[in-house]
Write a protein that binds this ligand. Structure first.
Ligand SMILES: Cc1cc2nc3c(=O)[nH]c(=O)nc-3n(C[C@H](O)[C@H](O)[C@H](O)COP(=O)(O)O)c2cc1C
Ligand SMILES: [Mn+2]
Length: 483
């Protein structure tokens, strides 16, 4: 069990070392597909995170950490539990509950005068993003992506509200970066529209390699009314330390490994993408998108670049979101007083599974509407509602419920013309171009007024034997030593 909180990425890496959750790779590895393939193998085998410090063609003073929050054994979210200061064997729904509980407290950030991220400062002509061993992760990627696990910091030009997000960044050249933020989903894409309408460039700062919680919060769907730096403080139980940028009016975590500052010019576009994504597909097209002119890069001595390898489940986004989205959707339902037993959003996070005991006829529709109107729920095209006896984290249990309680005609409710993300693999080309999506609710609950005589009595250990017989036979089973 780790003690205390991590002030920077390096302290978290020390914790992972103590827990056997990170492995050093000191033999030479190529940034060109080899780091990508090795980290994919690590995800598939639920192996420790990987720390590459000998990258072909690069000085050894910059290393790369992959799979920081990747899937683990025995509990898939073990490293995010460690990031939260919990035991790595904490059961999934306990991590979700703890995240949900802490996310209702806010702890504002504190400003500091300087920090390790200012060890080295390179401005203007001295900016060279190729200095860092940026990986080409998948063979289908449109380029090398430096931003795959980081914080994007932007400010609403009207309200001054600061947003933290996480959007992929392809390196176009030594001082130009790609930027993909999907409008209906993200504040920054709307901020950019406001700056553009005024013909002004949008300031953007990217902090790579922060203490673990801040980056997790950047990748979490947080309502626009909530401040991510304050939420990160709440989850950590300790404020985030921020420092001013050199060339833009924004603040970044002081202990970040690498900080990239610059502006997204209005109206201009550069071809961007594609990238192998968390859905398990490289969906969408390489097409003109906004980009960032980099004005300054600051970095720690011996900087560590974090790299996330998106792809077929499980990847880091799936691991992280299975905790954070489940918690945020749960909190949205609680805020509206809508009863439920458990919510789980497993990778690839397109489906929300909720267990409930429906208190009245039509309740499931209200539940689905509430999920789809919450920030974390907007882009989940599938909702599966199951009975409260079902373990939402157990795919076999969920499948049993779906294939026995879901009425093939009456249990399926579709919504047309909903907002979409181009990353949804099932969309037709026309839908992608027109920006239309659709959603579906699968109601696998027995109606509240259904008589037991209609065959809804469950036959498992808990329901088919009296409690005293269950207890007695479980003890007998243990004595028999049958495992
Ligand atoms: C590694 C990683 C890369 C991501 N890249 C993008 C991206 O390029 N574009 C995007 O719209 N969302 C991306 N996401 C999802 C967003 O980070 C997520 O939706 C988050 O809620 C964004 O914050 P916001 O709600 O403040 O915009 C990515 C997530 C992760 C973990
Ligand atoms: Mn955000």
């Amino acid at each position: 069990m780790p003690s205390g909180w991590y002030s920077d990425l390096r302290e978290f890496l020390e914790c992972l070392e103590r827990e056997g959750e990170i492995a050093s790779v000191s033999r030479e590895v190529d940034w060109n597909l080899e780091m990508g393939a090795l980290s994919r193998i690590g995800l598939d085998r639920r192996a420790p995170a990987l720390w590459f410090d000998n990258i072909k063609g690069y000085r050894r003073d910059c290393s790369v950490v992959a799979n920081l929050i990747g899937p683990t054994k025995p509990v898939i979210q073990g490293r995010i539990a460690l990031a939260m200061g919990l035991s790595r064997e904490t059961p999934t729904l306990e991590i979700v509950d703890e995240f949900a509980r802490r996310s209702t407290q806010i702890i504002p950030p504190v400003m500091v005068d300087s920090g390790p991220c200012k060890d080295n400062i390179r401005k203007g002509e001295d900016v060279d993003l190729w200095r860092f061993p940026v990986p080409l992760v998948h063979v289908m990627d449109g380029g090398r992506f430096i931003g795959t696990w980081h914080i994007d910091i932007t400010k609403d030009p009207d309200s001054g509200h600061v947003n933290w997000g996480m959007y992929r960044h392809e390196v176009h050249d030594r001082n130009t970066l790609g930027w993909l933020a999907i409008p209906a989903q993200h504040g920054p894409a709307l901020y950019y529209q406001k700056y553009s309408a005024r013909n002004e460039p949008m300031p953007l700062a990217i902090a790579i390699g922060t203490e673990p919680i801040s980056s997790v919060i950047a990748g979490t769907s947080v309502p626009a009314t909530v401040s991510e730096p304050e939420l990160a403080g709440g989850i950590r139980g300790k404020p985030v330390e921020l420092v001013k940028c050199e060339t833009v009016d924004l603040e970044v975590p002081a202990s970040a490994e690498i900080v990239i500052e610059g502006f997204v010019p209005p109206h201009k576009r550069h071809d961007e993408g594609i990238y192998g994504e968390f859905t398990g597909y490289a969906a969408g097209e390489r097409m003109p998108r906004p980009f960032m002119n980099v004005t300054c890069v600051t970095y720690r001595h011996d900087p560590i670049l974090t790299m996330s390898n998106m792809g077929k489940p499980w990847d880091e986004f799936g691991v992280m979101s299975s905790i954070t989205m489940s918690a945020m959707i749960g909190n949205a339902l609680r805020a509206q007083g809508i009863p439920f037993k458990a919510v789980y959003v497993p990778a690839p996070i397109l489906a929300v599974i909720v267990s409930v005991k429906a208190p009245y006829q039509g309740f499931v529709q209200t539940l689905a509407s509430a999920i789809w109107s919450s920030k974390a729920g907007i882009y989940r095209p599938y909702i599966f509602v199951v009975g409260e006896d079902v373990d939402v984290t157990n795919a076999e249990d969920v499948f049993w419920c779906l294939t026995t309680r879901l009425h093939p005609l009456n249990g399926i409710h579709q919504q047309h013309h909903t907002p979409m993300t181009p990353l949804w693999p099932f969309l037709s080309h026309e839908e992608r171009m027109q920006g239309w999506g659709s959603k579906v609710l699968f109601d696998a609950t027995f109606p509240p007024n259904r008589p037991e005589s209609d065959g809804s009595t469950i036959v498992d250990l808990r329901h088919a034997w009296p409690e005293d017989v269950q207890g007695r036979t479980l003890r007998m089973w243990a004595e028999l030593g049958l495992g």
